[in-house]
Design a protein around this ligand. Structure first.
Ligand SMILES: [Zn+2]
Length: 482
């Protein structure tokens, strides 16, 4: 068995061959921190977090780099609109980024470089490109010369002549060719600026990823990732710059995640269907959002709608209930495992990952693991404390936990999960915890006195608010019926 990755460069799944056996060096384009993150960012974040976890699960030593773009036209514009410094805006949005991504249980990458920390490396690369004749200086700006790079367009499968004829004419008169892009921009008054051989200025957007990738991962590394929207021009330009400077294509495998649509329409501010991560996690548990994002293969588009998220919440409840039920039975035996003691389940997990990180297939295996765990629980419960079946249950429980850790799900103790999601539900239906407890108490009292009609009415009252009661050996519990 070998890992196969869909490579945007070749347009098909390829067998993965790392540059250094057993190791993966991966660079993923991060966010431009001028505003709060939207769910498109959440998808890219969650997708590559899954890839990171899955590669580690396969036994690779992974070095994962994800950057912050902290100098950019959008940042300068937004800071000016708000009357604050670029620094202040960047600090605020990086803090918000961590709140959002932490809520979705993303692991921190090994390196999180900020562009402004690598100005010297960018200038070095620009100097190399100028020396090689791949770039030219023009009135304090430096441009990459697309004509001189014969591979231009190979990632996005675009034809340079067609691009030129389609380009708007005279956008920038200093450019030799309309496709040429800025490596260095001369500073306008009030903008952040650094000294350079070409005068005071700031870097263009694309050069930062080329410079940071090279500095942290080497001139050539294994995987470069990002959202599909970055294929052109950002990644096309990155290839041009990096390869122009070093002579080597920077990454061997280019991975791109698909778009997020809202109710089958493209998400956009002008259509009014634009959601930030915090808009969505106000309504739904963040782990349910993560579960939903991973239920579709990363390359396919994904449609966001409340009904799908409600469904995901129901699935998450089901998974946590299996954990809750088995931990009650296993007691101290329910420790966090690192291996799956069921050979066939493990083999299926590995083959799903190896098929271009098929998270949808891993998710199906996960739900199946919850089902078999429940069956093992039932078996133990049927033996009424005689201790039979516990070893079997422990195996299924271990499979559930390990698959969960690869997906980055089941991160909280089940008690904590239900406390949070029940409180959220009670707020939605306008009931308090005490009111529910009182109703359950009255219902149980009615049952004791054989007043079944009253007991039934109370049960229905609760059910009208999607509250389902369950009588167990240890008393009555309640759950949210999704
Ligand atoms: Zn980038």
């Amino acid at each position: 068995m070998t890992l196969r990755i869909y490579n945007t460069l070749s347009g098909h799944k390829e067998e993965f061959k790392p540059l250094t056996p057993g190791e993966v060096r991966m660079y993923v384009c991060g966010v431009t921190v001028y505003d709060r993150c939207h769910i498109g960012h959440a998808r890219a974040g969650v997708v590559f977090d899954f890839v990171y976890r899955a590669l580690k699960r396969l036994g690779f030593k992974v070095t994962y780099v994800r950057n912050f773009t902290d100098v950019d036209d959008k940042i300068i514009k937004r800071a000016a609109e708000r009357g604050i410094s670029c620094d202040e805006l960047v600090r605020e949005n990086i803090a918000a980024f961590y709140e959002d991504m932490d809520s979705l249980f993303l692991l921190r990458p090994d390196h999180e470089p900020r562009a402004t920390g690598y100005i010297a490396q960018m200038q070095e690369m620009i100097k190399t490109l100028l020396a090689k004749g791949a770039a030219y200086e023009s009135g304090g700006d430096v441009f990459f010369s697309v004509e001189d790079f014969s591979d231009y367009g190979k990632l996005s499968k675009r034809n340079v002549d067609e691009l030129v004829s389609g380009a708007r004419v005279a956008v920038n008169e200093d450019k030799k060719n309309p496709l040429d892009f800025a490596l260095w921009k001369s500073a306008k008054p009030g903008e952040p600026k650094w000294p350079s051989p070409w005068g005071e200025g700031r870097p263009g957007w694309h050069i930062e990823c080329s410079a940071m990738g090279k500095e942290l991962l080497g001139a050539q590394f294994d995987v470069h990732g990002g959202g599909k929207d970055l294929v052109f021009p950002h990644h096309e330009n990155e290839i041009a710059q990096s390869q122009g400077a070093s002579g080597l294509p920077p990454a061997r495998y280019w991975m791109h995640n698909g778009f997020v649509n809202i109710n089958k329409e493209k998400m956009s501010k002008s259509l009014g269907n634009f959601f930030t991560i915090r808009d969505v996690t106000k309504k739904f548990d963040p782990e349910a959002v993560r579960l939903y994002l991973l239920s579709t293969h990363y390359r396919s588009p994904i449609d966001f709608a409340d009904e799908y998220l409600r469904e995901a919440q129901g699935t998450l409840d089901y998974l946590y209930r299996a954990v809750h039920r088995s931990e009650k039975l296993l007691g101290a035996g329910a420790h966090a495992p690192s291996e799956i003691p069921l050979e066939d389940v493990n083999a299926r997990l590995v083959s799903a990952i190896e098929d271009d990180f098929n998270s949808a297939e891993v998710m199906a295996l996960f739900i199946e693991a919850a089902k078999t765990t429940n069956m093992a629980c039932k078996d133990v419960e049927g033996k009424k404390g005689e201790g039979g079946g516990l070893a079997e249950l422990a195996k299924h429980y271990a499979a559930l936990r390990v698959i969960g850790s690869v997906l980055g799900l089941l991160n909280r103790p089940s008690g904590e999960y239900f406390k949070t999601t029940k409180a959220r539900h009670l707020a939605d239906v306008g009931l308090s915890e005490t009111q529910v407890a009182d109703l359950i108490h009255s219902r149980n009292e009615a049952r004791k006195t054989k007043n079944f009609a009253v007991a039934d009415t109370i049960r229905k009252t609760l059910l009208d608010r999607q509250i389902e009661i369950e009588d167990t050996r240890d008393g009555t519990e309640w759950w949210v019926r999704r």
